[in-house]
Design a protein around this ligand. Structure first.
Ligand SMILES: Nc1ncnc2c1ncn2[C@@H]1O[C@H](COP(=O)(O)OP(=O)(O)O)[C@@H](O)[C@H]1O
Ligand SMILES: [Mg+2]
Length: 263
């Protein structure tokens, strides 16, 4: 009898080996290393399949290596850059998302399987990005997802991924603050979402504008924890912009404005 596909290690190894890493970049070794060290074989196979069936031509380099996943820059066959976020399937990831998942009807029945939960989490980030974008919030355009992989618009220049606002000297921080408050309101009123992890770390500076990223944990506005997370987002944003000497609004005023009567 033929071995189940996933146990056929030599075949998998060959496929993983043939993942097209960009050879012209001297950062190629980083990509290889991160892929090998961080991801389980099934994820690598998913990357392989994503590459053969999709538009990705090469994996260029890791932009970020976090506890819960990594983001790589990739290049399409047309030579366009995209960002590929790969969620890690491990216990730490599972624990950190558990509290967002309890109480969300979209995750009912999935609590037993780590893998299925992470897949559902990936779809959730994809859908949240779609909803935010439709509501007029500046987010990277979601392109596609497959298992624990999320493909989206790349923010940055050919040389450098976009920095987080915490690493940029903003010329007009007051304007940026106002725009972030506007985004929070659009998210709540139009997309009916609360970001849930908004801070100077998850706002990138690209083409002289702020972009919101990392929407996996975003909660629907009617979620029992939505208000708690909204207040935390407001606190974070106020804390950061206060440190830049921006005249900030009180938390209560912002909350009232965001939650104000729906038109
Ligand atoms: N679309 C993107 N374009 C460029 N860089 C990105 C993009 N998405 C994420 N990044 C980079 O990857 C980092 C991690 O992504 P993020 O979605 O915040 O995941 P997490 O914080 O959960 O690891 C970001 O801080 C940013 O530096
Ligand atoms: Mg982040």
């Amino acid at each position: 009898m033929a071995k189940p596909f996933l146990e056929d290690s030599s075949r998998l190894d060959r496929q993983v080996e043939s993942l097209r890493l960009r050879r012209s970049e001297n950062k190629m070794d980083d990509a290889r290393k991160v892929l090998d060290e961080v991801f389980d074989r099934r994820t690598l196979l998913a990357v392989y399949k994503f590459m053969t069936s999709e538009t990705i031509d090469t994996i260029d380099f890791p932009i970020s290596t976090g506890k819960e996943g990594n983001v790589f820059r990739v290049t399409t066959h047309e030579g366009e850059f995209l960002a590929l976020k790969i969620f890690r399937i491990n216990t730490a990831t599972f624990h950190s998302i558990a509290r967002y998942i309890e109480g969300d009807p979209r995750f009912k029945g999935l609590s037993g399987s780590k893998r299925k939960l992470i897949y559902a989490w990936t779809v959730k980030e994809y859908k949240n990005l779609c909803r935010m974008q439709e509501a007029g919030i500046r987010v990277p355009e979601p392109i596609d997802f497959h298992e624990n992989l999320l493909l989206m618009e790349y923010l940055g220049t050919p040389e450098m991924p976009a920095p987080a606002i915490r690493n940029v000297e903003l010329e007009e921080p007051e304007e940026v603050y106002k725009e972030i408050l506007k985004f929070m309101k659009l998210a709540f009123k139009k997309a009916e979402l609360v970001h849930g992890d908004l801070s100077e770390y998850n706002i990138l500076w690209h083409e002289d504008k702020p972009w919101i990223i990392d929407c996996g944990q975003s909660l629907t506005a009617d979620h029992p924890n939505a208000e708690e997370f909204l207040k935390r987002d407001i606190k974070n944003i106020n804390r950061y912009f206060r440190s830049l000497d921006v005249k900030i609004k009180s938390e209560e005023e912002i909350l009232r404005s965001i939650k104000g009567v729906k038109k």
